[in-house]
Design a binder for this molecule. Structure first.
Ligand code: HEM
Length: 279
């Protein structure tokens, strides 16, 4: 990637491409958060939603959507890198220090937060979509209207339980970065699209801030609720779900009985790892 490549694409086109791919990605993230909140409705609602994504949407459409997302992420990063190159080349050397000091912490850290988010997305796909970190997720089974589907509800409870506190911690930190990145990104989009004038500047700033905050609260509510429920059994049936996973024989599918909300729990986090042959 060179400055020559960058100059072939007019600056305005790069800025618009960044803004439009940013808007599309924000739309996806918001819809994903709303979908995830089915966790607070019921196991049936969450698993219905997951079933819809995997089996009702036709496979070609699902893959077209995934490829579209990948393209958006790729274009967004590419345009960001080209704009950065261009800005650097246009900046006279003697102003470097002053400019750096003047630049808001936001613009300075957008690149770093974007990179950490990319790492997070790769980790997240391995965690919940490919499920390579926890092969036992695939054993979680849910019977729904004569269909046998994966129990995504129990998977999230198990995946965010306190034995994997470092994973929940990584999610919570990544969500903080994501929401910070998105709220500053939203501000830049307003500017690129020529919407940010002095009169409404403050309101647009507030809208962007609220957008980031709602996303943060929506996403992190799940790991937080699982951790809280593990000690108090409010919000989600974490204790009975973990207790039933713990009695798993290590071979047959795990079918959680969600009517067992009151069973006494003696949860030992290491128990299941030993069954899966992990240290
Ligand atoms: C606490 C926060 C999050 C939770 C609990 C969560 C949960 C999930 C789950 C359960 C799946 C798998 C759905 C399934 O295959 O049944 C999934 C897929 C996915 N998530 Fe998340 N997610 C979170 C945050 C995010 C964020 C912030 C992003 C993007 C920046 C994201 C991007 C994706 C993508 C791209 C997929 C794959 C979709 C596909 O299979 O086509 N997730 N997420």
């Amino acid at each position: 990637m060179s400055l020559r490549t960058s100059r072939k694409i007019p600056s305005l086109v790069k800025k618009y491409l960044m803004a439009l791919t940013g808007i599309a990605l924000m739309g996806f993230v918001f819809a994903h958060m709303v979908g995830n909140l089915q966790m607070f409705v019921s196991p049936e609602a969450m698993n219905q939603y997951a079933y819809f994504l995997h089996h009702v949407i036709p496979s070609p459409l699902r893959w077209a959507f995934r490829l579209g997302l990948l393209l958006m992420v790729g274009l967004h990063i590419w345009m960001a890198a080209l704009l950065k190159l261009e800005n650097r080349a246009a900046r006279p050397q003697k102003y470097v220090v002053n400019r750096w000091l003047q630049a808001s912490s936001a613009s300075r850290y957008m690149g770093i937060s974007g990179f950490i988010l990319l790492v997070y997305i790769i980790f997240h796909l391995l965690h919940f979509t490919v499920q390579s970190l926890h092969p036992e997720f695939q054993m979680l089974t849910y019977e729904m209207e004569e269909k046998t589907v994966q129990d995504v509800y129990a998977m999230m409870i198990y995946g965010f339980s306190s034995q994997f506190w470092y994973i929940s911690g990584f999610y919570i930190i990544a969500m903080g970065l994501l929401c910070w990145h998105l709220s500053h990104g939203a501000n830049s989009i307003f500017q690129t699209l020529g919407l940010r004038n002095e009169r409404i500047r403050y309101h647009l700033h507030e809208i962007a801030w609220w957008f980031g905050t709602i996303l943060f609260l929506g996403f992190t509510s799940i790991p937080f609720a699982v951790l809280i429920a593990e000690t108090s059994n409010i919000l989600l049936p974490t204790q009975p779900v973990l207790a039933q996973i713990e009695t798993w024989d290590g071979e047959s599918p795990i079918i959680i009985d969600y009517s067992q909300n009151e069973i006494p729990v003696q949860h030992s986090p290491r128990h299941l790892s030993r069954k899966m042959g992990q240290p």
